[in-house]
Design a protein around this ligand. Structure first.
Ligand SMILES: CSC[C@H]1O[C@H](OP(=O)(O)O)[C@H](O)[C@@H]1O
Ligand SMILES: Nc1ncnc2[nH]cnc12
Length: 257
């Protein structure tokens, strides 16, 4: 049984040389691709590329509910999201890793919840990320001498376009990094009481700095950061305990009306 699910983002479409591929169906439709189950450094994981293996699904069309449901259905209790993000501050540099601890939702038209009634749940989103995994990824990156930041507010925009200069300058007032896929992935994981953490790679300075962002450049920097992300995963995965000591599993307590 795979207890750890890994959702690959832009530039990261495979994780294991050998895996069993599973075709999962959910009440919300199909996930982005077949789910690959195999081992990374002796730890069984379930891997799913968010945009599909050939990156054919744009951020606003990802079936986030099917992805999270499918991993949960396979027995996954912890999810690690891998993301490419822009930086909204000078000291968070392209090539650095960020382990976000907060987010802001600027998406516009996504399916955000599993609870559309008649059962009504309102989960607390005060602390959306798993503190255990966040700390582990931060310490692992630090030990590996990878430039890493252990806090960051990730603003999720609807996409697929990048921001205007005015938007980017506004986002700089209240967020540190920017991307298009954290929401609703993080909230949906929370609604199933799963642990969820992100290892984000900074690929650009967004457009508040002089140079406009460009998708090709994002992919190039992601290729350069690929080893850093894999090294963090390889070293951290065996240190993730099976028993969850964090409060993530209690997210539904007192949430039902
Ligand atoms: C390829 S540039 C924009 C694209 O990259 C990020 O993807 P992900 O978060 O899945 O790594 C960003 O959110 C956009 O979807
Ligand atoms: N600047 C940016 N804006 C939105 N999504 C991104 N993904 C990578 N860089 C980004």
């Amino acid at each position: 049984m795979a207890y750890i699910g890994i959702i690959g983002g832009s530039g990261l479409y495979d994780l294991m040389a050998e895996s069993k591929k599973v075709d999962v169906d959910t009440p919300y439709g199909k996930p982005s691709d077949l789910i690959e189950i195999g081992e990374v450094n002796g730890v069984e994981v379930a891997f799913l590329p968010r945009h599909g293996k050939k990156h054919t699904i744009p951020p606003h069309k990802v079936n986030y509910r099917a992805n999270i449901w499918a991993l949960h259905d396979l027995g996954v209790e912890r999810i690690i999201g891998l993301n490419a993000v822009g930086s909204l501050r000078e000291d968070y540099k392209p090539g650095d890793i960020v382990i976000p601890d907060q987010y802001i939702d600027f998406t516009k038209r996504r399916e955000l919840t599993f609870y559309d009634g008649p059962q009504v749940y309102h989960i607390s989103e005060a602390d959306p990320f798993c503190p255990e995994m966040n700390e582990l990824f931060y310490q692992t990156a630090k030990n590996l001498k990878i430039p890493v930041h252990n806090t960051g507010t990730y603003i999720t925009i609807e996409g697929p376009r990048f921001s205007t200069r005015a938007e980017s300058k506004m986002f700089r007032q209240f967020a540190d990094i920017i991307g298009m896929t954290l929401v609703p992935e993080v909230g949906l994981a929370g609604e199933l009481a799963l642990c969820y953490s992100v290892i984000a790679s900074i690929t650009d300075y967004d457009v508040w700095s002089e140079k406009p962002v460009d998708a090709r450049e994002v992919m190039t920097i992601m290729k350069q950061n690929d080893k850093k992300v894999r090294d963090i995963l390889f070293n951290a995965l065996p240190r993730i305990g099976k028993d969850r000591k964090c409060a993530c599993s209690l997210r539904l307590d007192n949430a039902k009306v």
